[in-house]
Write a protein that binds this ligand. Structure first.
Ligand code: ARG
Ligand code: ZN
Length: 511
């Protein structure tokens, strides 16, 4: 979720909008040897995602990452060094393949234990094994001695591997995690992770998932975490530095732990306390929490957004300086992402409305059901909230593109745009009006159950909505998700959307 001042102010005063925030295939098909998968060819440099063409790579499917990173000193800005062993299955016969990597250097690469040739081109690490890799076969690739240097965050940069006053953390969404480590950095390829961090005694290290072991030797502490559930590279978290980890009482058997800068622990920990209620509330809405644990990571700084890193959502002190009636729905937003966006990942980045629309839906619903919607958004009912969003519908579509088709990706705010957040939630409201609350709630539960641990597309959502409701919703949802005009709201024929005049498509709509 976005936290730039203009948007927050508009939330607080509830003024105006409530926005916070081929070709090769044809050639291959003509070649009988390739068609049968025997003739090795290079894996593609990207997955063909319209918004991020070079993100991810073709020709293999990662099963597991075993990543270790070494932090030589207690210096947030230092270069770190790491090794990663990736276990993958080839999905074509491969003469060579790419990993995504934008760090400083690469020491050595082996494939199935044998040295492999490699070169770098932009953020592509191109690896040529000594022998081609057979289609459908499992292989391992190890990149050892890679190096990377964190950047200092600022509200205009997409962040990534960043410094804080207390150490370094990850904010990799959507295309930055490979600045730290070689990976298949697209949410279509989920994998399990073992993450090992070695840092000087006195620093602590936390990552996604379950703590496995901590050992100490020669002035360094080595901490190992295991994410047993499939995870996209963009959702990785390695928080290393002068942090403390504090456990709370479990909720329905789910361990809760928070990670905060030591210096600010007494102030920040009480403010995150509502997360336990939110976990219980979300489970009552959509079913079992999908991962092994949950909690909040708060950093001393201003990132400009909060982020749903898997099992440990990331916030900054800007969020944590807000009143709890504002903060609690934001905590619920990031928690909701654990189901919507993390456990069920987008097939392409144009499907990001699935993440943000649902997270906004539960954020607003939580404020409503806890009696704080008025203070949160300046309206008292869900109808009022979505009527106001509806008024913005056509302007958002004109400026950013349809809900499921962001026009641009020059800045992350072109992709994570208001029509994806409140516009996505508005499309869900329209669907709920159309199929009724009961079927809508059944759909939400069915979606997170059916696609748990996988990527799913907008067409998958439309198909499931049709199946659960017993109605053919293809034209209804295609209009809502891909139309350049806001369709009529079922049940509210009187709702109007502000006309788009050339002056209304102002570049400063949300600034
Ligand atoms: N997915 C985040 C949220 O909770 C937004 C993050 C936008 N920034 C970014 N670097 N991806 O809304
Ligand atoms: Zn979000």
């Amino acid at each position: 979720m976005r936290s730039d001042r203009g948007n927050l102010t508009s939330r607080l005063v509830a003024a105006g909008s409530a926005v916070l925030l081929g070709l090769a295939g044809a050639a291959i098909a003509a070649d009988p040897a390739s068609a049968s998968g025997h003739h090795p060819t290079p894996g593609s440099a990207g997955l063909g995602d319209r918004l991020y063409p070079l993100l991810g790579n073709g020709g293999y499917d990662v099963q597991n990452y075993d990543l270790s990173v070494f932090y030589p000193k207690k210096d947030p800005a230092q270069q770190v060094r790491g090794n990663v062993t990736i276990t993958a299955v080839a999905t074509q016969s491969l003469s060579r393949f790419d990993l995504d990597f934008g760090g400083d250097g690469v020491g050595k690469v082996t494939v199935n234990g044998r040295p492999a040739a490699f070169s770098r081109s932009g953020d592509e690490l191109i690896i040529t094994p000594q022998r081609p890799l057979d289609n459908h076969r499992r292989f391992t690739v190890t990149v050892s001695g890679f190096t990377a240097t964190p950047i200092s965050p600022n509200a205009n940069s997409p962040a990534g591997f960043v410094t804080t006053p207390d150490g370094t953390i990850m904010a990799g969404q959507p295309d930055q995690s490979h600045q730290l480590f070689p990976s298949n950095d697209h949410p279509r390829d989920l994998a399990t992770y073992t993450i090992t961090m070695t840092a000087p005694v006195g620093w602590t290290a936390t990552a996604n998932g379950q703590p496995i072991r901590t050992t100490q030797r020669g002035g360094y502490v080595t901490s190992t975490y295991r994410e047993f559930h499939p995870m996209a590279a963009e959702l990785i978290q390695l928080a290393v530095g002068d942090f403390v980890t504090v456990n709370r009482a479990p909720v329905n058997g789910i361990p809760i732990r928070d990670v905060v800068p030591r210096r600010l622990a007494d102030k920040l920990l009480p403010e995150a306390a509502d997360e336990r209620n939110e976990v219980a509330w979300m489970e009552s809405k959509v079913g079992r929490y999908p991962f092994e644990r949950y909690g909040s990571l708060v950093i001393d700084g201003d990132l400009g957004f909060a982020l749903e890193t898997q099992t440990l959502s990331l916030y900054d002190t800007t969020w944590f300086s807000l009143p709890t009636v504002i903060l609690n729905p934001v905590l619920t937003h990031e928690l909701a992402h654990q189901w919507f966006g993390d456990s069920v990942a987008p097939w392409v980045w144009s499907d990001v409305w699935q993440n943000e629309g649902h997270a906004t839906w539960y954020e607003v619903l939580y404020a409503y059901e806890t009696g704080t919607l008025k203070e949160y958004a300046g309206v008292t009912t869900l109808d009022d909230y979505y009527k106001r969003a509806y008024a913005n519908g056509d302007r958002w579509r004109a400026r950013y593109g349809p809900v499921a088709y962001p026009l641009r990706s020059d800045s992350i705010w072109d992709v994570f745009n208001p029509n994806v957040y409140d516009g996505g939630a508005l499309a869900l409201f329209a669907l709920r009006q159309k199929i009724g609350v009961r079927d809508f709630e059944r759909l939400e539960r069915a979606w997170v159950a059916k696609y748990r641990g996988r990527s799913a597309s907008t067409q998958d959502f439309i198909a499931l909505a049709s199946r659960v409701s017993g109605q053919d919703l293809r034209s209804f949802l295609n209009d809502w998700l891909y139309g350049s005009k806001t369709p009529p709201m079922p049940g509210h024929p009187d709702w109007t959307t502000t006309a788009v005049s050339s002056s209304a498509v102002a570049p400063a709509l949300h600034r």
